[in-house]
Design a protein. Structure first.
Length: 256
């Protein structure tokens, strides 16, 4: 019995496998969205292609706090002075809680006129004030100080400051990625070996390997975060985040 005949027999024996010029594992047999496998035969060679996902859970060790200020004043000078004062207070508060100057990034600074709403389109524009705005990103490398940093932002900015979001990540995910990659490749090897055995052939060496890495990150709910800080003055316990590596591997097949 040749290789094509053997593969056809396996397709009929396994209800979860469909034959359409190749053998493909059905959706029901997949354990994750990243898993997929395919046995195929082309004029020159036979191969099995496998996709697997390796996942490692890690504790986040760094936080990014995005803050947007928007200040409205009657005159341009007042708006400019108020914005400068807000930036100074925020910087002083952040540095007072241990942040380095390099971990305080201000961007998107703008000052522009605010116009009165026109009743008709032909009515001339009338300036009724000036709006100054800016975005600041704080990088908190010691999560035990996150509550103090946020409390300082809220007190320093008052009604002028607004925290957009708080995201968590891993400063150096390389170690976790090595472990996740190892898990993904071990799973790919095992899946390809089993498929080859079921098809009555032998799994050969990889012909190609492709990798995609998921950037680890998580979000803290502002409502939960603020409530916890007001209640206890501390940062709530943070959940583990996922470091994942996806691999797509094509193996050669031999008759054995």
């Amino acid at each position: 019995m040749n290789l094509t005949t053997r593969l056809s027999c396996i397709a009929w024996a396994l209800a979860s496998i469909q034959l359409s010029g190749c053998v493909t594992v059905s959706q029901a047999d997949q354990v994750s969205p990243a898993r997929d496998a395919q046995l195929s035969r082309s004029p020159g060679h036979s191969t099995v292609a496998v996709r697997e996902r390796g996942v490692i859970k890690v504790k986040p060790d760094i936080a990014s706090v995005s803050i947007r200020f928007e200040i409205e004043k009657p005159t341009l000078d007042e708006a400019r002075a108020a914005l400068h004062d807000a930036i100074h207070k925020l910087t002083a508060s952040a540095q007072g809680n241990g942040l380095a100057a390099s971990d305080i990034e201000t961007s998107n600074v703008s000052i522009g006129p605010k116009y009165a709403e026109r009743r008709v389109h032909t009515e001339p524009l009338k300036i009724i004030g000036y709006v100054a705005s800016k975005t600041t990103l704080l990088t908190v490398r010691d999560l035990s100080t996150l509550a103090a940093v946020i409390d300082g932002v809220l007190k320093g900015g008052g009604s002028m400051g607004g925290i957009s979001d708080v995201s968590l990540s891993v400063e150096d995910p390389s170690g976790a990625r090595i472990k996740a990659r190892d898990k993904a490749m071990r799973a790919a090897n095992a899946t390809a070996t089993q498929l080859a055995q079921l098809g009555g052939v032998v799994r050969g060496p990889p012909l190609s390997i492709q990798e995609s890495i998921e950037v680890p990150s998580g979000m803290l709910s502002k409502e939960v975060l603020f409530a916890h800080i007001r209640r206890s003055g501390t940062t709530p316990a943070v959940q583990d985040i996922t470091v994942a590596v996806n691999v797509s591997v094509t193996y050669a097949l031999t008759k054995g």
